[in-house]
Design a protein. Sequence first.
Length: 168
Amino acid sequence: MKRQIGFMLLVFIGIFISTISAAQRTGPQAEMERLERQAEDLASQNDSEGASLAIGKAAMMADILLKKTKEPNMKMIYQAASSLYRGQELGLKALAIYEQTGNIPPAPAGVCNLLLQGTKKLKTSREWLHQIPLGSLKNITKLREDYLRKNEDWDSLFKEFYTELECK
């Protein structure tokens, strides 16, 4: 079971290698992207707990950017990113707890609850993303599409985990 979850996580992380380059950039946006990549790296190494902490920090950076920006569509992007990252954080915490409890289904109720909370955060993120007008600037449209894709993939992964962990 542990190898199967680890393999699924590795495949999933491979899908999400970030296409946004933060090379030679500084500031909160670059730091947010760096933390997202760090979370992906840690998850691919089966370090769910470390990945959860890193993506939680990325969510904090998204919140900082949300407060600093004046542009309405970017505010929605950062709000969506924060919710997406919080959802990922909850799902990764669930996996970390499941691993600590022995990887034996059925998972404890707390693990299943974290997966459900993560799913709700993903839904909130999608709602923010769908509020962004389709005719927005190219960079906003690209971020919107990337976050929507990540949202759908994480949602699918959470549903698979929920079933595999025999949550009720």
